[in-house]
Design a protein around this ligand. Sequence first.
Ligand code: ARG
Length: 609
Amino acid sequence: FAVTSSRLASSATDGGTERVLGAKKELESLLASALAAAFPSEGDEAQWGRDVLVAPTANPKFACDYQCNNAMPLFAKVKGREGGPGNPRAVAEAIMASIPPNEILEDVSVAGPGFLNLRLKDAFLERRVGTLFAGEAAVDAWAPEPCCARAVLDFSSPNVAKEMHVGHLRSTIIGDTLARALEFTGVEVKRLNHVGDWGTQFGMLIQHMEEEGVPFDASVGDLQQLYKDSKARFDAEGDFKKRAQQAVVKLQSGSEESLGRWGKICDASRKEFNKIYDRLDIEIEERGESFYNPLLKDLVEELRGSGVAELSDGAICIFVGGSEAPPLIIQKSDGGFGYATTDLAALRQRLTDESADWIIYVTDSGQSQHFKGVFSAARKCGWITDEASSYPKVDHVGFGLVLGEDGKRLRTRSGDVIKLADLLDEAVSRCKEQLVQREYEFAEDEEKLEEIAQQMGYSAIKYADLKQNKSSNYEFSFDRMLDLKGNTAVYLQYAHARVCSILSKARVANPGSDAGDASKIRVTCEPERALLSTICQFPEAVESTVEDLAPNRLCDYLYGLTSKFTDFYSECKVIGSEEEASRILMCEATLKVMRKCFAILGMEPLERI
Ligand code: ARG
């Protein structure tokens, strides 16, 4: 059947399949043309397309799906004009009267001070959800349009010879989801691990290890201790300090022996990092600070030559403007380059060699000042513009701290930094206990139990993190994240498994009913309608996740969808009802969208628990 006949309904994706727009986009087009017709002096259709305010309605009391909120601000602009509207409600009525004939809206009404309530036609919802059955990957056509061609996502980025901590875990989880969301929309994403693998500390560490006769393939745990010890000696022993400084010079001048040792230290760390990435199914390419080292000297010279950077107190600085903004130091007075120099070089390399349109950095908010400085410097260099809307652009996604249940930074009971591997282990073992307690059917099968507990535990950790407003601190609590009720991955996993089980029962009851005929979808009651309306919001949820770089948007959406499904399922009999065919399709459509959300959130869905 025809997806829809309206020109507004879809645009072609690269693959040639028709892109299915979210209901919000459709309404925005309709309302933009209404606004342009009713108030031509305030903008043409294109202008109104940018200014139109359409939002989903949260309150079911209004019996509408969306509302248009333009009347109030518009009235403020046009009031007092000859023959103009006397109040915001009159503005809303004028907009309403200009909505072109369409196949989308069932009902439009003015509410309150001048809101326009928009109720979608059931047939529109049915058709729209029907497009999910246009083939295996039909849900991919629901992806919003890519905002640009290529993005670089700089995330995770732990430091060599140091333990990867919960801050890096947060960066890893958030960064991975943002990458997946962008990729879903068709953006080509380069995921880069900006590992801290270079700097003067390596000279010190190598010198210390050599003197102590420590083999260079030590484990990371040992390396951390060795690092601390070498630092203590560096600060206390003048002679050692001298030897360590010589070791730095030797390493930086490219001595093969030094580089070999440095490489071994990096290998040991990499092995540990990769264990975590494997467990969490994270794909990322290592491109540490050392990669940019050969570019630093020339960059500093060039920026000095062009006058962007200048000498100040023996150091080379970029004054980024504003009296309170500290200058970005790109070469210290001792001639060394720092974290900022590397980031500036990396930024340019990504714009040029990687042709990135959008570079996104994911770290804790503690680094905001650093990135502000680097971005301002890049603007001063003319590499990026000031406008937030024009590409190429850069963004720092800063996030809050992970706190323990005592409200302080997450630590072990003895006050040590928590090891990520231990954290993951505990999530898995708690999930195992929970499964056994709930008499999980495969509890006897050790291997199966382990596998399911891993999927549950890892998704619980990821989801607990992703659902937070990223900028706030959050309290890490196993009890809360593994709660069966409430907004947790465990609740979502059970709901997912429930949908799977309904569908497999339906298949048993009606063998051969697989070939669902999407034209059979029929709305007969409110819970069905609410479910379909929510399904149709999926493109918008992805779009706002990407636009605001906020994974919690998608979590909220998935949780809302799941709740709507739960309402539907508790009120509507599926198997054996008169509406069976239609309702099975509704379950399938829910499953398709749910699974896509799971995939973007990096959670492996469980079919049976
Ligand atoms: N290694 C840094 C840290 O552990 C994070 C690096 C973030 N990325 C960047 N391009 N600076 O804090």
